[in-house]
Design a binder for this molecule. Structure first.
Ligand code: ADP
Ligand code: MG
Length: 251
């Protein structure tokens, strides 16, 4: 058994009894869920079922109403926790890319490395170049986001997250805003990342990706996890009526 840095063993993300209200609206109704190191967990479910809220609670972009969320053993709901430190271990990729439009690709990749990781410019540029190559965008250093396709922008966003050396990556519908012909390149980058052992939580409608790359598939509906299991099994043989109804619409 490995004891490196005290982080090995046990789940990377462990959510227990999570409830989240927006006003009177109970959006997460008691979620229990974990992601182990190196695992790829895909989350599916209808619009409004609470997938994004669950993801956002993990790094406390949304505060949980009750329950506990441990990230590498650290309770992110504890007011004493240094959230900036925990967040710096978590790479997040959104549907809408969220690049800085007035900065070149290189500047987008370097700014947080320099400000948060304390790297000097040369170090940051080296890490950025390696990650741009990894997402298939070597040579785009000086481009501005508006001059890239949506798929390229999303790959820049992934490279930017990776440049912070995260322990895990959270993806919220990373391909949902893309034209269909651009989806494959982004999924290929994510698949490659998974094969390198990155711990990943992926909200997606890409059932092919979930089946091929996911270790676990979680189906959410109306603020609860209705069903979870091995992706190929859940997709081929959903046990719950609500899962069956959802899959009948999307497959
Ligand atoms: P999903 O990602 O599965 O589509 P969300 O987590 O985005 O679902 O939303 C779940 C529910 O929470 C929806 O009813 C949505 O309207 C509500 N909700 C999400 N974010 C907020 C917010 N910031 N304020 C109020 N209600 C919200
Ligand atoms: Mg969402």
């Amino acid at each position: 058994m490995s004891i490196d840095s005290g982080r090995a063993g046990g789940p990377v993300i462990e959510v227990s009894g999570l409830h989240k209200y927006f006003g009177d609206n109970e959006v997460l109704k008691g979620i229990d869920f974990h992601v182990d190191r190196g695992q790829v967990v895909c989350v599916i479910g209808p619009s409004g079922s609470g997938k994004s809220t669950l993801l956002r609670c993990v790094n406390q972009l949304e505060a949980a109403t009750s329950g506990s969320i441990l990230v590498e053993g650290i309770d992110v709901c504890d007011p004493e926790t240094d959230l900036d430190e925990v967040r710096s271990r978590i790479g997040m990729v959104f549907q809408s890319f969220n690049l800085f439009p007035h900065m070149t690709v290189m500047r987008n990749l370097c700014i947080a490395q320099q400000r948060v990781r304390g790297r000097n410019k040369a170090q940051a540029v080296e890490v950025a170049r390696a990650n741009l190559a990894k997402v298939g965008l070597a040579g785009k250093e000086d481009a501005y986001p508006a001059h890239l396709s949506g798929g390229q922008q999303q790959r820049v966003a992934i490279a930017r997250a990776l440049s912070m050396d995260p322990d895990m990556m959270l993806f919220d519908e990373p391909t949902s805003a893309l034209d269909p012909e651009l989806v494959g390149d982004v999924l290929a980058v994510m698949k490659n990342l998974a094969s390198e052992g990155m711990t990943m939580m992926v909200v997606t409608h890409e059932m092919g990706f979930a089946r091929e790359v996911g270790d676990k598939l979680v189906f959410m509906d109306d603020g609860v996890i209705v069903e979870e299991g091995i992706p190929s099994e859940v997709l081929a043989n959903p046990q719950h009526e609500r899962t069956q109804a959802f899959l009948a619409k999307v497959l």
